[in-house]
Ligand binder design. Structure first.
Ligand SMILES: CC(=O)SCCNC(=O)CCNC(=O)[C@H](O)C(C)(C)COP(=O)(O)OP(=O)(O)OC[C@H]1O[C@@H](n2cnc3c(N)ncnc32)[C@H](O)[C@@H]1OP(=O)(O)O
Ligand SMILES: CC(=O)C(=O)O
Length: 530
């Protein structure tokens, strides 16, 4: 029997943008919608045309794109009380959006109708039915039954009546929403099955929309699918109101890779998921979630020596899927919990021969440096350079001679505090003496270093510093506390971490910056081990 294709409905641009700290520009919205269409998402909810001009402009512009089979949806609520649907500004805005699909949200929970909207239960049913009927004259209508599960628990007959009202008015899919995110999977399964049974005569499809307040949004989506729902609504990375929505990344991966009865995206491979997840984080200007299942940086990162020992024999010993299936990759971390296996595994990734003497040498150096406060877990690029130094394949691209920082220079009247860095370094025979200004000493050092190197190494223009972390660490050497600086840098193809440790924060930052630049230059020319 062929797998049942579950339609994926993305609301990153609407419910996702209701997440705290998330704000998409018009261009961000257009870019994300295009990305989602590229990977074959079935529905992309673009926004709320009644809400703001940006969303109106989004629908105007995206209409000109050929998005293949992906349907753009405009979202809005049922008509206001005591008003004809045709006269309601919200209805008019939805029609004006000219989308192939309109998603209409209405009230299911009797208490919300009477105490929040201040309407009778019959008026709420009329608002749902008349709105759906009006919109169905213009476009496909998906009906989002807000608070469906809470409403059903409070008054099951009325909750079912609201669905019937939308179904008989021409909606094509009824989406049961766990709006407050507090329902348990077994309740979702039972209520989904009951709703489907009660509307058996309507020849209509069902969908599920969950929130993550009980950390069950993905589990609840899967439970509803098992009970008969054939559309899942959610957001990329689970961003959304309060604790967020169901993370579509995990929903798609679980449905397609774990539950053999289902497929998503018409059976296309899911190898773009990691890239998509990071693209949305970057566009939303949010930090990646390292431990995010399937696509997080740590999702396939192995730290414990015993784990790495087993992974070297068979990946399935500590990996639930092959990371490549979702476009992710295995990472082997080096720390005080490492055994020789961690080093061997990393060496393998770098095509370095598994030479016991060499591995012991690397491990001994890692342990020595960790005693001083270094930690290579998030500093794979510094570890790479360390291995190059031990294997004598490190070829310095420049020789830093000295730097000086003038900190705390206040621009008169502006309130801005600047720092200046002056650096001297050698590239081959040539001596460079450069100065630059920055918002702080590290920013100034970074700017001065690039300025001095850019003529010799133009590829540095692609590189940017994306994160900077400082921590005070106790070195086992005893005397003064050390400062550990971690810097994350990236270019178009990779993100890499470097580390510096010193009693002085500027020196620690300098070491991490120099490693970041050296790593970029080495990787451009010659991968480690070949
Ligand atoms: C579960 C969800 O995520 S639903 C989507 C939630 N998303 C958003 O709210 C973001 C976009 N919203 C907005 O931009 C604004 O709230 C707007 C434009 C929709 C409405 O703005 P305003 O008219 O100023 O109303 P406000 O937001 O204060 O209150 C909501 C109004 O809609 C009414 N309303 C709420 N839900 C519904 C509904 N399903 N059907 C009809 N009317 C509704 C309320 O009764 C209230 O009207 P009232 O003041 O006459 O009682
Ligand atoms: C429709 C919606 O976003 C909700 O009920 O959560």
């Amino acid at each position: 029997m062929s797998a049942k294709n579950i339609r994926i409905y993305d609301t990153t641009l609407r419910d996702g943008s209701q997440g705290e700290g998330v704000s998409f520009s018009l261009q961000d919205k257009l870019n994300i919608a295009r990305r989602l269409a590229e990977i074959g998402i079935d529905y992309v909810e673009g926004g709320y045309p009644l809400s703001n001009e940006k969303d109106v402009a989004f629908f105007e512009q995206i209409r000109k794109d050929d998005l293949g089979d992906t349907k753009i949806c405009a979202f809005g609520m049922t008509r206001r009380r005591s008003m004809k649907a045709a006269d309601d500004p919200g209805m008019k805005a939805l029609v004006a959006a000219q989308t192939p699909c309109i998603t209409l949200v209405g009230k299911t929970w009797d208490y919300h109708a009477t105490d929040v909207l201040n309407v009778t239960l019959d008026e709420n049913l009329a608002m749902i039915g008349e709105s759906a009927e009006f919109l169905a004259g213009h476009s496909e209508v998906i009906y989002d039954a807000e608070h469906f599960f809470d409403g059903f628990k409070a008054n099951p007959d009325y909750a079912i009546e609201t669905l019937k009202s939308a179904a008989s008015a021409g909606a094509t899919c009824l989406v049961m929403c766990d709006t407050n995110g507090g329902t348990l999977p077994e309740e979702v399964a039972a209520i989904t099955a009951t709703a489907i049974e009660k509307l058996a005569d309507y020849n209509i499809q069902f969908g599920i929309h969950t929130h993550n307040d009980g950390e069950l949004a993905v589990a609840n989506s899967l439970a509803s699918v098992d009970a008969g729902a054939c559309q899942v609504q959610g957001t990329i990375n689970g961003i959304g109101e309060r604790c967020g929505n169901a993370d579509l990344i995990s929903v798609m991966a679980n449905l397609a890779l774990k539950k053999k009865d289902y497929s998503v995206l018409g059976g296309r491979p899911l190898t773009h998921l990691t890239e998509l997840s990071r693209y949305v984080y970057e566009t939303a200007n949010l930090q990646w979630r390292g431990g995010q299942p399937f696509v997080g940086q740590s999702a396939f990162a192995h730290k414990g020596g015993m784990h790495v020992h087993a992974i070297n024999k068979a990946a399935s010993t500590y990996e639930h899927i092959d990371p490549a299936m979702v476009g992710n990759e295995r990472r082997i971390l080096v720390s005080e919990l490492s055994g020789r296996s961690n080093i061997v595994a990393i060496a393998k990734q770098h095509n370095i021969e598994d030479d016991r003497g060499l591995m012991d040498k690397i491990l001994a150096e890692v342990v020595r440096l960790e005693n001083q406060g270094y930690q290579y877990e998030n500093a794979g690029a510094s570890f790479d350079l360390l291995v190059r130094r031990i294997t004598e394949t490190f070829m310095p691209h420049f020789n830093p001679i000295k730097y000086r920082i003038v900190a705390g220079d206040r621009e008169s009247g502006s309130g801005n505090v600047f720092a200046e860095a002056i650096i001297k370094l050698e590239v081959g025979e040539k001596l460079w003496f450069d100065a630059a200004e920055g918002h702080g000493p590290v920013n100034a050092l970074d700017a001065a270093l690039r300025k001095a190197l850019i003529d010799s190494y133009p590829c540095l223009s692609e590189m940017r510093l994306i994160d900077y972390k400082v921590r005070v660490v106790d070195s086992s050497a005893g005397t003064a506390a050390s400062i550990r600086v971690n810097i994350e840098s990236s270019d178009a193809s990779e993100t890499w971490g470097t580390i510096g440790v010193s009693e002085n924060i500027i020196e620690a930052s300098w070491q991490a910056l120099v490693d970041a630049v050296e790593y970029k230059l080495h990787k451009e020319e010659m991968p480690l081990g070949g």
